[in-house]
Design a protein around this ligand. Sequence first.
Ligand SMILES: *Cc1c(COP(=O)(O)O)cnc(C)c1O
Length: 368
Amino acid sequence: MEEKRILVARSSMPPFEEYVEAIRPLWESAWLTNMGPNHELLKQKLADYLQVPNLSLFVNGHMALELCIQAMGLTGEVITTPYTFVSTTHAIIRNGLTPVFCDINPKDYTIDVDKLESLITEKTSAIIPVHVYGNICDVERIDQIAKKHNLKVIYDAAHTFGETLNGVGVGNFGDASMFSFHATKVFHTIEGGAITTADKHLDAQMYKLKDFGIKDEEVIDGIGANAKMNEFAAIMGLCNLVHLDEEMAKRKVVVERYRKHLSNVAGLTIMQEVPGVKSNYAYFPAVFDEKIFGETRNDVFARLKEHNIFARKYFYPLTTDLECFGDRFASADIPVARYTADRVLTLPMSASLSVEDVDRICDIILNR
Ligand SMILES: *Cc1c(COP(=O)(O)O)cnc(C)c1O
């Protein structure tokens, strides 16, 4: 018999009837997009959930980030990390800016603040760090460095929906944060995203830029795009929000089960609970040091696949190494990012995984 297929992620779905009931009024109103009532309701609910003063919704996280960079009027160079989803790097380059790649730290794979300051030049206008895997960057030191050099900070917070640091919602750090509500994320609107910011003016700019730069019926004073969230997506978000705490509790059980099996294995590094952080249990990265573990990441990946289990080499390749950039970023000094990208595997992670599934996955990993 073929073994049960387990994918790295599985989208959460609200009960079918709940979604159908919620979209029914759309057949009356025929108000399907352009900041409809469900868009406005979701925006309010998410601002409350994330404990942020302003939040604007977008068609996806990537466009949110691109338009946020545009709205801030950044110029020249932007310091970021290559250990992320390609979206972060693309958003910088598609705004005509030059990404400058800072290494990550080996502890939590976020930007290495000790290496950050030496990369700042007179052309630097901003830092775009990534709260990768839900690991919150050293926001305090990044803030200090940014203030000292008069730089903007936009966090790629795509992985950190709902997290708090010492009780403060993660969307409150820096000048702005981008969240993704893609189907594979902990909270999703099928496709969707948001920018949170304390800056009312920036928030107003974002509202305009996602709607072609339209100020009013006759005035278009921004060179915007079309990046609005539609009502069907907003309703998916409203339905998912109801079940979110339950969803995260199930993920927590999965993470704890992984930790039970995979902690204290020589040559295998996993993330542990961080004091002061309320986690969303989004990802479970494991880094395999082949010299000690006895097998490479690729070996483990292949063995899992033989058993119909699909982990991901996330984030390999680094964004500096993508075909579209040729050797443009080949000289970036990023040894820790390289080491990690060559050895990491993100293990299957979703609320629908059972402890038996996790036991089986760990069994395969460990019985090398
Ligand atoms: C998912 C993701 C994005 C992009 O979000 P979309 O909503 O898919 O456009 C950006 N950065 C990171 C780190 C992500 O994981």
